[in-house]
Design a protein around this ligand. Structure first.
Ligand code: NAD
Length: 502
């Protein structure tokens, strides 16, 4: 057994050299062993990071768009070249399978590529002769140091929803990653350094509540982008706005997939299994509720059960694994507890994930829980009401499309949803009527591409702007409108010799 690796903050272009008062354990979820110990920042360390970001802002805000773009392109090239190294880090601390880790990096790179177009994105408007001799035009300018606070489930992609655009627009950044899988952020920091980003433009502080609280109240932090669970998102939104900051706080989810009787049931079953159990259900866009419109429930449940039986659960690093472990033992136990709760509430445990076989290479000590399917679930049961954030899929049966729609719209979350049907009219109605921010039509995980924006409704997002895309550019800049008048050139400025009397 190797000794745990020490993981520390990245401030002003280099690893922090101080001594932390507190540290947290980081696990390899596939073995259950402690693989690292991460420094947990106290307020004074956060202040050092914000101080570095503020110093760097003085220069970076004046860097030409051409210079900023060239650094972004270099960062993009390095990310592409080192994606395997980053994927290995993600697998070792998060537990997801290797192809999933590469997938999250690819989605992050998309945002970097979008941010490479910052010269176009920052262009303002210009109106000549708005009034006699008067022109009006707009500028978009950076805010200052901004904070990105991210969850454990996408340690590379979620920070990359924000910092490429923040940096491209001329801001400087302090990232506070999840303390459960902190190393990906440090890897990204080193890549920025290599790409030529000036020291202090990108900083990482590790930590938990005290670090977050200091960022939320720090007078030099101008904006906060947060992603995590709904109670913390609400707290972050309320606290940081109270301190005068611009905030976007993305919260939890309970994503419903509605399957109409005319749908292709094989396609729907494949989608439900991929979207329900991919990344062990630890995705904010995971499908956790499958809503089957009568009479297809029995048939659909049967097809899903068959597919679950064929899923290979094992270490994320093994090429044949389709689902890895959960992130920590504590989280695995919490998710597991819902299996008993669901049964106690009267749901039918159609597939018990505790009995799913592990692949040959899996260590018993890993944080395992196999794919679980509940049937006959209803609102009011905790498996329906709570965001479980694990490999637990609930089937709710409804008599009609309208009942399915009403169920989805009554749910407090509104992150993602999907409709499976072959009826274009039903699809049009659904996209119009459903109260959810991201909608898939025969697509189970409708994460928008980088040039649109990502965000849910209701308790899934607090704030006005979504992540990345045009919303991201707006969030990380503030607009300025200039109204100008210049007198017509005088004869002197035209270089003519004044003639006559004066
Ligand atoms: P979490 O809310 O526990 O933690 C998120 C961040 O907040 C972490 O950096 C953590 O250190 C910090 N934090 C935790 N408790 C805090 C407290 N009391 N005060 C201040 N800061 C605190 O979330 P998680 O378990 O890391 O991630 C899973 C959650 O994130 C799920 O609810 C999931 O739906 C959500 N999520 C949402 C989206 C989205 O786009 N809406 C995307 C990914 C994940």
């Amino acid at each position: 057994m190797t000794s745990p690796q020490h993981i520390t903050h990245w401030i002003a272009g280099r690893p922090w050299t101080g001594t932390a008062e507190r540290r947290g354990d980081v696990y390899d979820p596939a073995t259950g062993q402690v693989s690292g110990q991460v420094d947990l920042a106290a307020a004074d360390v956060v202040d050092q990071a914000v101080g570095a970001a503020l110093d760097a802002f003085g220069q970076w805000r004046h860097a030409s768009v051409a210079k900023r773009t060239s650094v972004l392109f270099a960062f993009r090239e390095l990310l592409n070249a080192r994606r395997e190294d980053l994927a290995a880090i993600i697998v070792s601390e998060h537990g997801k399978v290797h192809s999933d880790a590469l997938g999250e990096i690819a989605r992050g790179i998309e945002v970097v590529e979008y941010a490479c177009g910052i010269p176009q994105l920052l262009k303002g408007g210009f109106t000549e002769q708005a009034s006699s001799g008067i022109d009006v035009y707009t500028l978009r300018q950076p805010l200052g140091p901004v904070a990105v606070i991210s969850p454990f489930n996408f340690p590379a992609m979620v920070p990359m929803w924000f910092f490429p655009l923040a940096i491209a627009a001329g801001n400087t950044v302090v990232v506070k990653p999840s303390e459960k899988d902190p190393s990906a952020a440090n890897f990204l920091a080193a890549l920025w350094h290599e790409a030529g980003l000036p020291d202090g433009v990108f900083n990482v502080v590790h930590g938990d509540k005290p670090a977050v609280d200091r960022l939320l109240e720090h007078p030099d932090i101008k904006a906060v982008s947060f992603v995590g669970s709904t109670p913390i998102a609400r707290y972050v939104y309320e606290t940081a706005t109270r301190h005068g900051k611009r905030v976007q706080a993305l919260g939890g989810a309970k994503n419903h997939m509605l399957v109409l009787p005319d749908a292709d049931l094989d396609l729907a079953a494949d989608a439900a299994v991929n979207a329900g159990f991919g990344a062990a259900g630890e995705r904010c866009m995971a499908v956790s509720v499958l809503v089957a419109v009568d009479p297809i429930g029995d048939d659909l449940v049967e097809r899903i059960k068959q597919r679950i039986a064929g899923l290979t659960v094992g270490p994320g690093s093994a090429p044949d694994s389709q689902m890895g472990p959960l992130v920590t033992g504590v989280h695995r136990d919490k998710v597991s507890s819902y299996l008993d709760a669901g049964v106690a509430d009267g749901a039918e445990l159609a597939v018990d994930g505790r009995k799913h076989p592990l692949s040959a290479g899996a260590a018993d000590s890993g944080f395992w829980l196999g794919p679980t399917l509940f049937d006959q679930v209803r609102p009011g049961m905790s498996v329906y009401d709570d965001e479980i954030f694990g490999p637990v899929l609930s089937v709710v049966r409804v008599p009609s499309y309208d009942d399915g729609l009403a169920l989805i719209n009554a749910n407090p979350y509104g992150n993602g949803t999907a409709l499976f049907t072959n009826d274009g009219g039903a699809a049009r109605r659904f996209q119009h009527e459903v109260e959810v921010g991201m909608v898939g039509i025969n697509v189970p995980i409708p994460v928008p591409v980088a040039y649109y924006s990502f965000g849910g409704w209701k308790s899934s997002l607090f704030g006005d702007t979504h992540a990345y895309g045009e919303d991201g550019v707006r969030f990380f800049t503030r607009g300025k409108a200039v109204t100008q008048r210049w007198l017509d050139p005088s004869p002197a400025s035209r270089g003519e010799t004044p003639s006559g009397g004066i």
